[in-house]
Write a protein that binds this ligand. Structure first.
Ligand SMILES: Cc1cc2nc3c(=O)[nH]c(=O)nc-3n(C[C@H](O)[C@H](O)[C@H](O)COP(=O)(O)OP(=O)(O)OC[C@H]3O[C@@H](n4cnc5c(N)ncnc54)[C@H](O)[C@@H]3O)c2cc1C
Length: 238
């Protein structure tokens, strides 16, 4: 945590130690990033898409890219809705399709998440601890109704035979500290970790020079796992 605090302040993102934690979990040390915002990612993307379309862009949805064929002049992007001609292609597909050297340097992990209804109040913050595997929390309002979204129990994909056990680990942990009324939803999903913790953004290795990729964003903003007892969190200002 000290390393995170030091690095964050060094790059100009103020982070401060605090004695208050909005989550009912015992901790030794906590830091916060003041003045953070929380926004709805899908509403944000929807806004971007509207502006993009208004300015002459076109979004072809419900179609899958199956391959890209390079030519001297342009790239033909073959999709399930027909071909698209392009000067450049960016694979923003979480991980690039097919087999690529990046798949050997970008490890898939699985994370487990649940949305709980609480009996008491909901923490107005986004935070995570530094356990291994770690846990993360946020409150999300859906159509006026609050939910605590809690996640964790992560593992490298394929390294757990009984994924149901992971859901139980997470639920037991959450129930230990929060006054849970009911678990409304639970799900799991993958994310990708690069070899050194930084995303791979640029030309897709081994492909035509006009094909780009952005992948390996991981799942949070720190790269150290050296403490089991500290809680790290940040406030969200609405
Ligand atoms: C449980 C969980 C919690 C997370 N929490 C955080 C967090 O707190 N902070 C954080 O920064 N990150 C977090 N992450 C990671 C974050 O969600 C990902 O890094 C991010 O969503 C990746 O964005 P992306 O646009 O690269 O890929 P995606 O969001 O996966 O989007 C890729 C899109 O490409 C489409 N696609 C794929 N293949 C094709 C194809 N062949 N043709 C056409 N379309 C295709 C997919 O349908 C999808 O819509 C979390 C991840 C998980 C699983």
């Amino acid at each position: 945590m000290e390393k995170i605090w030091e690095a964050s302040n060094e790059v100009g993102i103020p982070m401060e130690y605090t004695k208050d934690c909005p989550f009912p979990i015992p901790f030794v040390k906590a830091v916060q990033i003041p003045g953070q915002g929380q926004f709805h990612p899908l509403k944000y993307i929807d806004g971007l898409a509207t502006v993009f379309n208004k300015n002459g862009g076109h979004i072809a949805d419900n179609c899958r890219v199956t391959s890209v064929s390079p030519d001297d002049n342009y790239l033909t992007v073959n999709t399930t809705s027909g071909p698209i001609i392009a000067r450049q292609v960016i694979y923003a597909t979480h991980t690039p399709p097919g087999v690529n050297i990046l798949h050997f340097r970008n490890a898939p992990y699985r994370s487990y998440v649940l949305a709980a209804k609480l009996k008491g109040s909901y923490p107005q913050a986004l935070g995570y601890d530094l356990e291994d595997p770690y846990h993360y929390y946020r409150t999300q309002k859906i159509e006026g109704e609050e939910f605590l979204i809690a996640g964790g129990a992560d593992h490298k994909t394929g390294h757990e035979d009984d994924t149901g056990v992971r859901f139980s680990m997470l639920e037991n942990y959450v129930r230990q500290y929060f006054d849970v009324e009911t678990i409304a939803y639970s799900w799991s999903s993958q994310y990708y970790e690069s070899a050194d913790g930084l995303p791979y953004i640029g030309r897709l290795p081994g492909s035509d020079k006009r094909i780009f990729v952005a992948t390996g964003y991981r799942k949070r903003d720190d790269i150290w796992h050296d403490s089991r007892t500290n809680i790290m969190r940040s406030y969200c200002q609405k």
